[in-house]
Design a binder for this molecule. Sequence first.
Ligand SMILES: Cc1cc2nc3c(=O)[nH]c(=O)nc-3n(C[C@H](O)[C@H](O)[C@H](O)COP(=O)(O)OP(=O)(O)OC[C@H]3O[C@@H](n4cnc5c(N)ncnc54)[C@H](O)[C@@H]3O)c2cc1C
Length: 610
Amino acid sequence: MKNVYDIIVVGGGHAGVEAALAAARLGKHTALITIEKRAIARMSCNPSIGGLAKGHLVCEIDVLGGEMGKAIDATGIQFKLLNKSKGRAVWAPRAQADKREYEKYMQRVIDDCSGLDVIESDVRALDIRDGQFYGVYLHNGKCVSAHACILTNGTFLQGKIHIGNIQIPAGRYGELPSIGLSEQLKDLGFAVGRLKTGTPSRIAKRSIDFSKLEIQEGDSNPGPFSRATTNFHPKNVPCWLTYTTEETHEILRSALDRSPLYTGKIAGVGPRYCPSIEDKIVRFSEKPSHQLFLEPEWEGSSQWYVNGFSSSLPIDIQIRALRSVPGLEHAEFIKIGYAIEYDYFPSHQITRSLETKKVSGLYFAGQINGTSGYEEAAAQGLMAAVNAVRKFDNRSPVILERHEAYIGVLIDDLCSKETSEPYRMFTSLAEYRLLLRWDNAHLRLLDTAKEIGLQSQSLLELFEQIRNETHVLMKAFKKTKILSDNPLEISVEKTTSLSLLILQQKLDESHVLDLQKFYFSDYLLDAIDQAYVLTRYEGYIDRQFKQVKKMHQLEAKRIPQDFNYNAITSLSNEGREKLLKFRPETIGQASRTRGISPADIQVLIIFLTK
Ligand SMILES: Cc1cc2nc3c(=O)[nH]c(=O)nc-3n(C[C@H](O)[C@H](O)[C@H](O)COP(=O)(O)OP(=O)(O)OC[C@H]3O[C@@H](n4cnc5c(N)ncnc54)[C@H](O)[C@@H]3O)c2cc1C
């Protein structure tokens, strides 16, 4: 261990892992300081990666040179492409993880990464002077210096677990919380908030009666998350589905007066989209039952995760309630469900590079910014490191726009919206969903990946080839005539262009392979698929590009960070308050900030033009 590094990453969770790897791979001497080395890349809650919008994030992380996609491809035990019956914009890959193997994989990659030291310690304080970061103080009083620091403390800051009336200081089950850091930052003038999240119990496999459950298998021939993964033949370990009953709800309802959520013991706000089971039966009281998915935590695991049954009710109630569920009558509990409350920093305090506005060289990434989820954390960790490195090298930050990536939507939302509950990525948060497909992350992010410099040259060349071939194929589809006796075996009355047949939906995804076989054998399958999607949705995609162009004029109008909003008397009071709080970087960002009216935007444009 040295005393001086280029970059320090505090925390070895999903944000910290991506941040540390990216900083070191970009050539900076990096220290990853984390409380417990064995817990690096630990999945605190659900044993899965990806899903709606989250799967998109993983693909984007992968194209930009992150590790998450490769890690889950190597260690996943069930893969599925969700929403295949719907439009392309919302297809999303998801995988069931082997938690243990996932941790091991990431720890191995970190051990093998040159320029990266892991220091097992608890960072107790930061060395900050005159608004500049200088170093961190470890639990033993030692100081480690660096030019920049990325804080990724997750749910550990002043973390407190709740189970009924019991409260335990903890960062996660069985792990100590981080005490001191959030108080120090509060003293420096940072706003600190309190959020909460929860996790369900883990039960013994031998106590589950599988004969009463519905099997849930993955796809038989799935694709990987990572463009670097070849020879992909993953396992397909099933999960199982059951349902809560009226009796379950009655047991839960009878104990609401012992729930820390309803007795006011939990002050932090939880995610509305991912409620605890006691919250579900109150908010959706008309529903007679709720789905529960039983998922193995690793391959051959004796410990199963009860997805959908997150709870902070007392132990006796959790046990009784779960045992009223078909198939779980004899459930043996390995770990009981709990809620956790923790400190976070409302994200109006960071810029889109993820650097804090108050302290130069200090970056926040992951749960500390009020987000929730492994993928959201990993995406921020990667971008924070890229931008910390670029600042070190005197280069401008990489800012992804909303039409370029879900990562762009995520960070833009953090910098322009109030977080009243943990922020999770959803496809509905992206206004340009059709542009931000899971399948085209490598094409839309190719230029950014080149700029960042973490992706392999061979893959960048492949992406370039796919992009070029896609353009050629788009034109070729218009020229290619399909005759009535065609090898695609589709009924065509008179000779028609291929693109028209796609638009008329006479051809669908299932024909892409045949298109390659019979018409375009010199082209990559990926390029044919891209050309197919672009043709199929051409009108909608054109419309979205027009909207992007319109917004671009507003995005290009930059607002100086020290702009004196108090000098503009014609702004509304609420508008001025929000502008002072968020200090948006562009007019576009200002226009998305709640509380800033179109009239405020017009006033701003006039003053900026002056
Ligand atoms: C009980 C529970 C339930 C959850 N439920 C869900 C859910 O249902 N859905 C969902 O999407 N997400 C859930 N999450 C959140 C999910 O785990 C996080 O979003 C994700 O792990 C955040 O990643 P991160 O890297 O920001 O932090 P974490 O994964 O929490 O990692 C933080 C890391 O920082 C280290 N650390 C903290 N303080 C210090 C310090 N002072 N010095 C050194 N190291 C430090 C810790 O040891 C840890 O390695 C849950 C989390 C918990 C704990």
